[in-house]
Design a binder for this molecule. Sequence first.
Ligand SMILES: Cc1cc2nc3c(=O)[nH]c(=O)nc-3n(C[C@H](O)[C@H](O)[C@H](O)COP(=O)(O)O)c2cc1C
Length: 218
Amino acid sequence: MDKYVIGFNGSPRKNWNTAILLEKALAGAASKGVGTELVHLYDLDFKGCASCFACKTKGGKSLGRCARQDGLTPYLEKAFRAEAIFLGSPIYLGTASGGMRSCIERLFFPYLTYTNPSGTLFPRKIPVGLLYAMNTPDGGLDQGTAACGQTLRVVEGMASRIFGRSESLHCFDTWQFDDYSKFEASRFNAAAKARRRQEVFPLDCKKAFAMGARFMAG
Ligand SMILES: Cc1cc2nc3c(=O)[nH]c(=O)nc-3n(C[C@H](O)[C@H](O)[C@H](O)COP(=O)(O)O)c2cc1C
């Protein structure tokens, strides 16, 4: 099979910030000659980890693999054979979206060994890109009531331990509505948001493209 990378979109919106960042990361990888696939998690019928422990059962046929069979299963198989994995999510209430959290449980946990220190059953080393879009202002990961820096660092650390290498891209202060005047959202300055969308978001897209290309450069 030809080499490819896979991206998972954890936003229910298919054309907004997270999806665009993922498309750029995949385009960066494609610029190095690999195939790409973008999976919209909210199109799939799936659930998170069932805590069945088939993935940890000694001598079991699902050791190191998720035994749950549903809409995510074929994409977990594709991720198993991919050259890189990109996980994109909006920040919802201080962490990745529910869909992305469920995906991460199914994608990460089967490979993680309950040893001390914990090891991995993933048989190769591949890079994992974590792309997050959020309202949080620039550099504010560790500030405020919905500070998510520590949570995101835990996911990045696990991704590195399981797959060999991971990098995160944080896209701050995103453009959330087409028309801010229609929503109860007085906290936001629509003009400043529009400016940022024009001036900063394209730079985040370039960083996402560069990440994809860098991952495939070895
Ligand atoms: C349910 C929900 C919860 C949110 N919680 C947070 C939050 O805790 N912190 C934050 O910075 N942004 C939060 N946001 C804003 C989104 O992260 C932001 O708009 C992001 O760009 C959405 O991604 P998308 O444009 O790809 O859909 C929230 C949005 C929604 C819908």
